[in-house]
Write a protein that binds this ligand. Sequence first.
Ligand SMILES: Nc1ncnc2c1ncn2[C@@H]1O[C@H](COP(=O)(O)OP(=O)(O)OP(=O)(O)O)[C@@H](O)[C@H]1O
Length: 281
Amino acid sequence: MPPRRGGDAVTVLEIRDLRVTYTGRGRRSVRAVDDVSLDVLPGETLALVGESGSGKSTIARCVMGLVRPQAGTITFEGQPLGPVDRRPASAQRGLQMVFQDPGSSLNPRMTVGAIIREAWRTHPAVAPAGDRAEALAAVLADVGLDAGVATRRPSALSGGQQQRVSIARALALAPRLLVCDEAVSALDVSVQSQILRLLVDLRREHELSVLFITHDLAVVRQIADRVAVMRSGELVEQLPADQLFTEPAHPYTRDLLRAAHQLEGAAFDSFDTDTSGEQVS
Ligand SMILES: Nc1ncnc2c1ncn2[C@@H]1O[C@H](COP(=O)(O)OP(=O)(O)OP(=O)(O)O)[C@@H](O)[C@H]1O
């Protein structure tokens, strides 16, 4: 099936009428995602925002095949996606995720080099044919890490370096879509900015599309082209990232912005009044 078109561009990820209800033992069920439809277009970063518990991570986990929706479809480059173990290798590899906490998503017993070689072992179709040491150094250089990092374990690295390793592991598989779930939330603000700049550069260099999940609207300004706003499992609004800050239509989006202003104070205001027109993409 050829990839479908959303406007003029082929849709990389198409989510239609997605519904997820969690049913805990002896507890009431939670409708985490309620008939959500979204598209991610080639080369764009779509930010999925909303307060804690609004269903953002559940959508990411459905996209990655880790949660099975009760209803709806997810299509990647025109191919409907099922649970992760039933996905073709090309779709498993083409869709990579970067988690919030690299400390727990990287195997602490493996060196950085072994972590990346393991990714290639799992997906031999994209493993380098020639000198692996050279390819490893190139992947690490892509994320701003020295080749010497390959012999170290994640615990010997800073949080920012660990997140760079997570991104390198994803990049090693030549993905087309990166799903980042609160990928900078655990980092200091200055390190956050470095990782966000790295993601912006990599998106351009590697022609990636990005689904970026965050509760932090200041982050949206730095990375997103478009924004989808979630509340209590429902999608309340989709709009260009610039408009989020200037003309949010939905009252809930305005509440989110107001809350962000109160939290971030002057630092957030400076984002809002920045008219330098500096491009991040
Ligand atoms: N495994 C689970 N079992 C039961 N309920 C769950 C499970 N995972 C999430 N939930 C519930 O589903 C709803 C949506 O959670 P989800 O983690 O998707 O939201 P979120 O917007 O990503 O929030 P956060 O940023 O806090 O993770 C919440 O009410 C949450 O408590």
